[in-house]
Ligand binder design. Structure first.
Ligand code: GLN
Length: 537
């Protein structure tokens, strides 16, 4: 089958959940046996979101091949289980950089370089995945960040307009809008949707399918009104009501025939609706998991999106362990020796979050100490693992000045040190140790058990600093074991304390690899330890 292209745009306001809709479309087509990928085009100038503060743009997600990307790629992977790559996350900055590099190289032979056609051509090339020619996809879903009418997304819209023309029936446009409910008038309002579609039409794009975000159920009369004002078939006006969980969205979209409408538009026989049994089994489990398990998330970004994949990984592991994980954000900047017991009171487990820089690290170290000395299941991820290591050096090995050279370049006890290959790097963007690397697990260790007895796993990384192996023997003889190593570089990837119930730190980010149908074994094992602890208490 020739590859088909689905474009997903958004109107009226941002944060409507375009990423979830794109991921749901991907899931539904995949359930019909099609090979899909989902890619995100973001209108900002940063080459990638790696240099963005999480307050700006939420978590930075990392692909298997080491690209720092938008957090929507996390939804794509969790919903569909596909591995995205560097070709699935494109920004305006990257497009311009490619074009400008080409211009400096003399490739344009003296021509004037313009937004149209040079920038739009490069956008089209990326949308068509010309660099990934041999991947044999049935569907490419392209989500465009931002909202229709933004100055900066105009070149993306122009590229979509041209591609629609070029691809004919092989392209479908899905537009997501918002239908607000006005309390005083007791009415749902379709005008913003009409305006948004008009704006899209003024750019030469007629949407095929409209997804209306709404907090109230929309009746057929309202859908009919939208259909007739916007030149869209009634069956192509779908609603996306608030759901108790984002994982209910694909099922709701399937019930309304969103995937069938897409296939019809393209001219593919629709066939039977797939049962998606495993997905439904998961939803059943989710609905029945009502007993709460409290887990503290020790970090410095008090923002839902900043630790998105960690939150989702814990939720998913909870559901598969038949509990509802209740996450409590605990600001590490506010944790002191005096208040730590009170701040962590009632937590069945502690997660010490990743991060960069000095701010909030002392609180993370205190939380790690509390978890260790009170035998509370504790999971340190990346910087979190490094803080566990520093805490151990200061309070068990007796090196009061132990630190990471990231925080204190002159410490005599640099138990966390810059990786050799990082020492000469001056550029900030995309230069860390990024993406998936092998990790060999020590037989008999807690993590080896958690991974089900395999000895080799592949996990994703995003860091510059590492466990300083000069101290390895000292750690091990005092009870903190190094149980995961990269077989090529011998970097320490995992530490654990076998004497405690569950005290594990990973230099890698397991949260990037948790999916709805395959929760990550380490999160599964961690949540189970939390539950066992609560049961004993
Ligand atoms: N700042 C630490 C490093 O660069 C940890 C990074 C992280 O938590 N992602 O090694």
């Amino acid at each position: 089958m020739e590859t088909k292209f689905i474009f997903v745009t958004g109107g009226v306001v941002s944060s409507l959940g375009k990423g979830i809709i794109s991921a749901s479309i991907g899931k539904l087509l995949q359930a019909r046996g099609y090979k899909v990928t989902i890619q995100k085009f973001d209108p900002y100038i940063n080459i990638d979101p790696g240099t963005l503060n999480p307050y700006e743009h939420g978590e930075c997600y990392v692909t298997f091949d080491g690209m720092e990307t938008d957090l929507d790629l996390g939804h794509y992977e969790r919903f569909t289980g596909i591995h995205t790559t560097r070709h699935n996350s494109i920004t305006t900055g990257r497009i311009y950089k490619t074009v400008i590099d080409r211009e400096r190289h003399g490739d344009y032979l003296g021509k004037t370089i313009q937004v149209v056609p040079h920038i739009t051509d490069e956008i089209k090339r990326c949308m068509l995945r010309e660099d990934e020619k041999d991947e044999q996809l049935d569907f490419v879903i392209t989500e465009v960040g931002g909202t229709i009418g933004d100055i900066e997304s105009a070149p993306f819209m122009e590229a979509i307009r041209q591609l629609r023309w070029q691809l004919g029936r092989n392209a479908v446009c899905v537009h997501l809008t918002y239908v607000p409910y006005l309390k005083a008038a007791e009415e749902l309002k379709t005008k913003p949707t009409q305006h948004s579609v008009k704006e899209l039409q003024s750019m030469g794009i007629q949407p095929d399918i409209l997804v209306l975000r709404t907090e109230r159920h929309l009746d057929d009369a309202l859908r009919m009104k939208v259909a007739s004002f916007c030149n869209v078939d009634l069956e192509c006006v779908v609603q996306s009501e608030d759901m108790p969980s984002i994982y209910e969205v694909p099922v709701s979209m399937q019930r309304q025939g969103l995937d069938a409408a897409i296939l019809r538009k393209i001219g593919i026989p629709v066939g039977e609706t797939p049962a998606m049994q495993r997905w439904h089994d998961f939803l059943d489990k989710q609905r029945h998991a009502t007993r709460e398990e409290h887990i503290g998330l020790v970090g410095k970004y008090n923002l839902q999106d900043a630790y998105k994949s960690i939150r989702e990984s814990l939720n998913l592991a909870g559901i598969y362990n038949d509990v509802k994980v209740k996450l409590h954000f605990i600001n590490s900047e506010e944790i002191t020796r005096e208040n730590v017991a009170e701040r962590l009171d009632g937590m069945a487990g502690i997660v010490i979050c990743p991060g960069f820089g000095q701010r909030g690290i002392e609180g993370k170290i205190i939380a790690a100490e509390y978890g260790r000395t009170h035998d509370i299941p504790t999971f340190g991820i990346c910087l979190g693992m490094q803080m566990m290591v520093i805490e151990f050096a200061r309070n068990v090995l007796g090196y009061a000045d132990a630190n990471s050279s990231e925080m204190d370049a002159t410490t005599p006890h640099n138990v966390i040190d810059m990786m050799e290959e990082q020492k000469n790097i001056t550029q900030m963007g995309g230069t860390m140790r990024l993406g998936a690397y092998d990790c060999e697990l020590a037989k008999g260790s807690r993590v080896w058990e958690a991974y089900g007895g395999t000895t080799l796993v592949k996990e994703r990384h995003r860091h510059r600093y590492e466990f300083n192996d000069r101290y390895q023997a000292e750690y091990e003889s005092n009870g903190m074991k190094c149980v995961g190593f990269n077989p090529d570089s011998h970097l320490v990837e995992i530490v654990e304390m076998p004497s405690l119930r569950w005290y594990i730190g990973t230099q890698f980010h397991p949260e990037y690899s948790s999916t709805v149908l395959h929760p990550h074994p380490l999160f599964m094992s961690f949540v189970k330890a939390c539950i066992d602890g609560t049961a004993q208490a």
